[in-house]
Write a protein that binds this ligand. Structure first.
Ligand SMILES: [Zn+2]
Length: 260
């Protein structure tokens, strides 16, 4: 679609009235909603309208897509877009939702040229230039428990942000070139630290899955940044600042204000 036409269409979508029933669903299922100020909630409502208009949801494994499913996923995905001049996950147009954990075949090449086929149980996955796949019970659980630092929607959509510049490498589009050196230094050191901690069986607020690759590190830290921001800021201040600059949000301060 032409740029100006898309902007005009999105502008009109953002100004549509937001049904109270939709807001009730988000308030119930997405605890972060309550920590947003009224301006941020208005901005989110606009983003959610655009997201719902541009993305298609498909139920899998017998799941019927409802407003609750669409809004719970859209609200969390759009939290990553708040305050940022970005597009709406442009490489992804569809979201597939399973009722619960789903199994996916995995092929691994073993020594001697054999191919071993196994099945992996997943909560979600994000395909490069493809769909996001989620399990509805994983979405609900990840959203409702903000204290566990885990959130499958934030995780999979962080991968979409990461891939928007053409590479899934843990470095999303940061804007000015000078930002990349600091990002690479801080995330490189923190990633290495997590890898060493996991080898030494030492704990971290950042779960071990983040040590599997820089791309997973970015997605896992995104979950912690939004779910346990004060903890992340205290334990990893430089990392927190990098994420704060990228997401243009300060969820640690927001949570503090929400508690007042
Ligand atoms: Zn991942």
């Amino acid at each position: 679609m032409f740029g100006w036409l898309k902007r005009r269409r999105r502008g009109a979508l953002r100004h549509r009235p937001f049904p109270q029933a939709w807001e009730d669903i988000i308030e119930r299922n997405v605890p972060q909603w309550r920590s947003l100020d009224p301006d941020e909630q208005e901005q989110m409502k606009g983003h959610i309208h655009v997201f719902l208009a541009e993305k298609t949801f498909q139920g899998c494994g017998g799941l019927a897509i409802t407003d609750e499913i669409r809004l719970t996923i859209a609200a969390q995905a759009c939290l990553l877009l708040l305050h940022r001049e970005g597009d709406y996950f442009p490489r992804m147009t569809s979201i597939l939702v399973y009722p619960s954990h789903y199994a996916t075949p995995v092929r691994q090449r073993a020594a001697g040229g054999f191919v071993i086929e196994t099945e992996q149980t997943r909560l979600g996955e994000s395909w490069y230039r493809g769909p996001v796949v989620l399990s509805w019970d994983g979405v609900l659980h990840g959203a409702s428990d903000v204290g566990d630092g885990r959130n499958v929607v934030l995780h999979e959509f962080a991968h979409q942000l990461d891939s928007a510049d053409g590479a899934v490498d843990g470095a999303p589009d940061l804007g000015p070139r000078e930002r990349y050196a600091d990002w690479a230094r801080v995330l490189g050191e923190e990633y290495q630290d997590l890898v060493e901690r996991m080898h030494a069986h030492r704990g971290s607020i950042i779960r071990g899955y983040g040590a599997t690759s820089p791309a997973e590190f970015f997605a896992v830290v995104t979950e912690v940044f939004f779910e346990k921001p004060r903890h992340l800021k205290r334990k990893h201040p430089e990392l927190y600042e990098q994420f704060k600059a990228f997401y243009k949000q300060d969820p640690a301060a927001r949570m503090l204000n929400a508690e007042c």
